[in-house]
Ligand binder design. Structure first.
Ligand SMILES: CC(=O)N[C@@H](C)C(=O)N[C@@H](C)C(=O)O
Length: 662
């Protein structure tokens, strides 16, 4: 009955929890994971290490929980657990002895460690760490008296990657590979040069070398996606190149027997979307085999089976994460779906898993009514392990999500989408509707819990979301329907979805609203230049002008060469034809903009261009600037609630009868 409906409140963002980074014990009996929750005082998501038996019993914290903890990694004998924590004031490596429960800080690193990995004998850690390049500024100004307070010195920059979204302006330097005794000591740098070591690092079976991936090409600007796998000897730091592929070769993982390496990558064809394939090769780089050539889906992550006879991997298909096993003999078997749940703000796909002996697996399980929880897979049986959100969600009515498919009005291409109903939905009534559009554009939404969308549904809006052409998880051809052609018929797919939902009869056509972030901001601003059917729009961290975007975004070498037929100055007409700014003269829809001031992916200058253009045209518009926020606007819980709160404020203003229709 309607009286029992208890919709979510904005403040409930602080009640969300999720289970991440599962690391299952080899015996499959218990799993260590990062329990993420929201801290109201610091306005941040914090991670704490917890352990639970895979039958769901004995859920308990592993540490005193005073720091933000991440990256739990079992020692090879499963007697110790390494992890990273900022308990000491900076991100450092800690160890927990599983028998005594004793924990200890073992590093004093100048920068945060990444890709933490135990040596096979359990005596060394390997990790990546930022390594500053000690270089004096080329200009030294004379005349500063001792103790004088002069302006901060100007910064001299000549590196390609001088800023990164989420990290800000970087000092000169690179991420390099280090080793350190596990009981502590001085880290020893194994790689050097003007390239970054990122992602998985993997010890050779005998512990004498480490495999890593890097883009060491002479002109990394011209080859932004190219990378290869290298082997560095731990004693001598001698480096050997293992692959020489045309495209990325990354995430190397040595097989349990030590004779093979699995990795992901693809043959570069300069397409906007190129699906990651899973490869195996001998450790000397010979006999490279593409295991997933026929899958036509992107491999998200993978792990060797402990007997070395196959590789478990995850991939998204039709908006949902799947786990599969590929034996080295060539047989592939899908084991489960429902992998995902780590994106809690908008319903993006993405999950994690961990492999025990004998085909037992733990994975993050997605659901449209709660964020990621852990689940156990044994054979073909899946059972839940954690219920971290049970307490909070049992008290509230969450919007139900229904899948739909439609055939494109342009070319009959099948398009998938979802409707989120407001709690207490009554189909005999008329509701306002929000179309919420994902970014990427090569990314996918799915039936995943999404707090931003839930908070808008809780305010009485039907929320519709789709995977228009260009989205991933439907194969490379579907994604590349917008190659050098974005935005285009993806707009028609979105309008087809609106038509379908309107035809169901429960949406008030006078109360249609549209919003989207990033690539979704592109499509929102594009849509309102091509139709006046929406009563108002919210354009979140958009790209408005492809020329200014490619020349200010952090990933500019990639965007300029993979999303367009050539560089901006040689293709001005193309760039401008596809830029929403070129069509702003047709916009009549009231627009609210919402962007992080520290966004280096779609810089706020894009938002400002659009805002000023709308003002010049006299279109009703406002701009919300989010101080300190990067492209990942949801990272601070207060911003996670601010975005839907502003959306509802703006859309309520433009409802037909002051919001009284339902
Ligand atoms: C590749 C990339 O970062 N694209 C951005 C323009 C984008 O659309 N990002 C999406 C994933 C988002 O929602 O932020």
């Amino acid at each position: 009955a309607e009286s029992e409906v208890n919709p979510l409140q904005y403040d409930d963002v602080f009640a969300l929890e999720l289970a991440a980074d599962p690391q299952v014990h080899a015996n499959g009996n218990h799993v260590v994971f990062v329990r993420r929750s929201m801290d109201r005082q610091t306005d941040r998501m914090v991670g704490r290490l917890w352990q639970v038996a895979t039958d769901g019993s004995n859920l308990r914290p592993l540490t005193s929980g005073e720091g933000n903890e991440s990256s739990p990694r079992w020692s090879p004998d499963f007697e110790r657990l390494a992890y990273v924590s900022d308990q000491s004031g900076s991100q450092q490596i800690h160890i927990r002895w599983q028998d005594s429960g004793h924990t200890s800080l073992v590093s004093t690193l100048p920068f945060s460690p990444g890709s933490l990995s135990w040596s096979p004998d359990g005596e060394w850690f390997a990790f990546t760490m930022f390594t500053p390049e000690s270089r004096q500024a080329p200009v030294q100004l004379p005349g500063k008296p001792a103790g004088a307070e002069w302006a901060e010195a100007p910064t001299y920059i000549d590196s390609v990657q001088y800023r990164r979204d989420g990290a800000g302006y970087s000092p000169q330097g690179n991420s390099h590979l280090y080793v350190m005794p596990v009981e502590g000591g001085t880290p020893r740098q194994l790689t050097e040069g003007d390239y970054d070591v990122r992602g998985t690092i993997s010890w050779s079976h005998d512990g004498e070398a480490i495999y890593y991936s890097a883009n060491k090409n002479e002109n990394p600007v011209a080859e932004p996606v190219n990378s290869d796998i290298y082997r560095v000897e731990v004693d001598s730091a001698e480096v050997q190149r293992i692959t020489n592929t045309n495209g990325p070769a990354s995430e190397p993982k040595v097989s349990p027997g030590g004779r093979q390496i699995a990795f992901v990558g693809y043959q570069d064809r300069q397409l906007a979307h190129q699906a990651n394939r899973l490869y195996v090769m001998n450790t000397d780089g010979s006999e490279i085999r593409n295991l997933t050539e026929d899958l036509d889906r992107s491999v998200s992550s993978f792990e060797w089976a402990r007997d070395g006879r196959g590789i478990y991997f995850s991939y998204d298909d039709e908006g949902e994460g799947h786990l599969a096993l590929h034996t080295l003999r060539g047989v592939a078997e899908t084991l489960t779906d429902g992998v995902g749940g780590l994106s809690y703000s908008r319903p993006y796909t993405g999950g994690q898993f961990s492999v025990a002996d004998n085909g037992k697996l733990v994975f993050t399980q997605m659901a449209s009514n709660r964020p990621a929880e852990l689940a156990f897979l044994e054979g073909s049986q899946t059972r839940p392990i954690t219920q971290l959100n049970r307490d909070f969600l049992s008290a509230f009515s969450v919007g139900e999500v229904e899948e739909f498919w439609l055939e494109s009005s342009v070319d009959d291409t099948r398009i998938q989408g979802w409707i989120m109903y407001p709690p207490g939905f009554d189909e005999s009534k008329q509701y306002p509707m929000i179309l919420e559009i994902h970014g990427g554009p090569h990314a996918a939404y799915g039936p995943v819990f999404a707090m931003e969308l839930q908070l808008m549904a809780a305010q009485g809006y039907v929320v519709v979301y789709t995977n228009p052409r260009g989205s991933t998880s439907y194969g490379e051809d579907f994604a590349n329907l917008i190659h050098h052609n974005y935005p285009s018929n993806d707009y028609d797919d979105l309008m087809d979805a609106v038509d379908l939902v309107v035809s169901r009869g429960f949406v008030d056509e006078e109360e249609l609203f549209i919003m989207g972030g990033s690539g979704g901001g592109v499509l929102t601003s594009w849509s309102i230049a091509h139709t006046d059917r929406f009563a108002a729009a919210m354009v979140v961290n958009p790209v408005i002008n492809w020329i200014s975007f490619t020349l200010t975004a952090d990933m500019y070498p990639y965007f300029s060469q993979y999303w367009f037929p050539g560089l901006p100055w040689d293709n001005v007409e193309h760039y401008m034809e596809y830029s929403p700014i070129s069509h702003v003269g047709k916009v009549n829809t009231p627009v609210l903009l919402f962007t992080g001031e520290s966004d280096h992916r779609t810089p706020i200058s894009e938002t400002e261009q659009y805002y000023q253009a709308l003002k010049l045209r006299g279109v009703e518009s406002a701009m919300v600037r989010v101080p300190g926020a990067s492209h990942a606007l949801h990272l601070r819980p207060s911003n996670l609630m601010a975005k839907p709160a502003y959306a509802v404020y703006w859309f309520d203003r433009f409802r037909a009868n002051g919001g009284e229709s339902n």
